[in-house]
Design a protein around this ligand. Structure first.
Ligand SMILES: Nc1nc2c(ncn2[C@@H]2O[C@H](COP(=O)(O)OP(=O)(O)O)[C@@H](O)[C@H]2O)c(=O)[nH]1
Ligand SMILES: [Mg+2]
Length: 389
């Protein structure tokens, strides 16, 4: 076991103060083993590169600088994996929140075959965390973990960034589409990991400098989750997402209908206003879809198609509302709302699927163009993950 070559990958962004503390602790933990440390830096503005060059004189450390960083922290880790020479790949943070002393236990877990993925875990029995989190941060973390449950199974700390896996497991990965922070989750899912063993760790406080976790990263996580759902449940996921968008749209529309009808406006106008709100929400998701999928779309004019269909829907909704108000002696507000919206939904379906090209359609031949892991080369960051929302 001791003859296994271990590559430890550490992504860094302005960590000049932490690296000199980290490297000797890693070296002490790895005594008697064959190892290398790959620091993948995304153009830090501090002295990170100089510190690494200095330490490389004494330790088996290689610095990889990504001059054009893509896909953030996850992209950096995969870049490190692509350049690693080890049989076992380990990933950890630079700020000493992950104890280097636990690396051997993580490595041995995958080498002995107890599991194909070893994860440093705060929540496994024996694990712990330093410092108090605010109620908001706790709720945030709980929600993030709960949303990942359908594909992370019973793993207690799927948000962890401290893990080990064998190179052969990594090479099993299909369609990697790294995004943001959650690279362990991405790998557990895409490498079709069968057994994860959580190794309890004490998750310390950041030693120096500041966290790079931003609000943008939290939104990235939602987008990442959306991709992982597509990957794990290719048939169910688009249907669920469609229903989610519909539910958000209809709830907002119902709210605006209730408000508008209180002002004494005639019912047809109220339904019209509510449907415009519904269309505006759909447009927000459509915009995101177009932005992320532009190169895969079949249609060349997604907004013109959207506008045309929206007009068709609105006409169907207004005509139905008008007909109900005109025909029925005393039409109930909610009946008018529901029946008109049902007519709008049918119109949308017919116009999108039957009359025009499927405006959300993707060209089949490009749908598999995601990033493939390569043993020696680099990942191709120019290809995006086709996703459904
Ligand atoms: N290369 C690279 N490293 C990053 C990036 N963002 C964060 N890191 C590193 O990833 C590790 C974890 O980041 P950190 O800010 O401590 O996140 P937190 O522990 O969730 O607050 C640290 O070693 C950071 O230097 C990035 O965009 N590129
Ligand atoms: Mg940290």
């Amino acid at each position: 076991m001791a003859d296994r070559f271990i590559s430890i990958i550490v992504p860094t962004l302005n960590e000049a103060e932490n690296i000199p503390l980290l490297v000797p602790r890693v070296a002490a933990a790895m005594a008697g083993r064959k190892w290398e440390l790959l620091i993948v830096d995304d153009n830090s503005r501090d002295a990170t590169p100089q510190v690494c060059v200095e330490l490389a004189r004494q330790y088996p450390l290689r610095l990889l600088v990504r001059e054009k960083p893509r896909h953030g922290l996850s992209g950096a880790v995969l870049h490190g994996f692509a350049h690693a020479q080890g049989d076992v790949l380990v990933c950890m943070d630079a700020d000493l929140q992950h104890p280097p002393e636990k690396i051997p236990e993580l490595v041995d877990t995958v080498v002995q075959g107890n599991a194909d993925f070893a994860l440093g875990s705060r929540y496994q029995q024996g694990g712990s965390m330093e410092g108090e989190w605010s109620a908001f941060r706790r709720l945030n973390s709980y929600a993030a973990t709960a949303l990942a449950r359908p594909f992370s199974g019973g793993v207690k700390d799927p948000m962890s960034g401290f893990f080990a896996l064998q190179r052969s497991t990594f090479e099993r990965a299909g369609r990697l589409s790294p995004l943001g922070y959650k690279i362990a989750l991405e790998l557990m899912c895409k490498c079709r990991v069968r057994k994860v063993q959580e190794v309890p760790i004490h998750f310390g406080l950041r030693q120096k400098g500041q966290s790079k976790l931003s609000l943008k990263q939290q939104f990235n996580y939602l987008q990442h989750l959306s991709r992982l759902y597509d990957f794990t449940f290719p048939r169910l996921s688009p249907v669920l997402k469609f229903m989610l968008v519909l539910a958000i749209g209809i709830s907002a529309a119902a709210g605006s209908f209730a408000l508008a009808s209180r002002t004494g406006l005639n019912l047809v106008a109220c339904v019209g206003i509510a449907y415009l709100v519904h269309l505006a929400i759909t447009a927000v998701f459509h915009a995101r879809y177009i932005r992320t999928q532009r190169e895969f779309l079949i249609t060349t004019r997604p907004w013109a198609d959207f506008g045309l269909i929206a007009l068709g829907e609105l006409a169907a909704v207004l005509a139905t509302a008008w007909w109900l108000v005109w025909r029925l002696p005393d039409p109930g507000k909610s009946e008018v709302f529901l029946v008109s919206f049902a007519a709008g939904t049918v119109a949308r379906y017919i116009l999108r699927k039957e009359l025009l090209q499927d405006i959300r359609g993707l060209r089949q031949e490009l749908r598999l163009g995601d990033i493939q892991p390569q043993a020696t080369g680099q990942t191709d960051p120019s290809v995006k993950d086709p996703q459904k929302i």
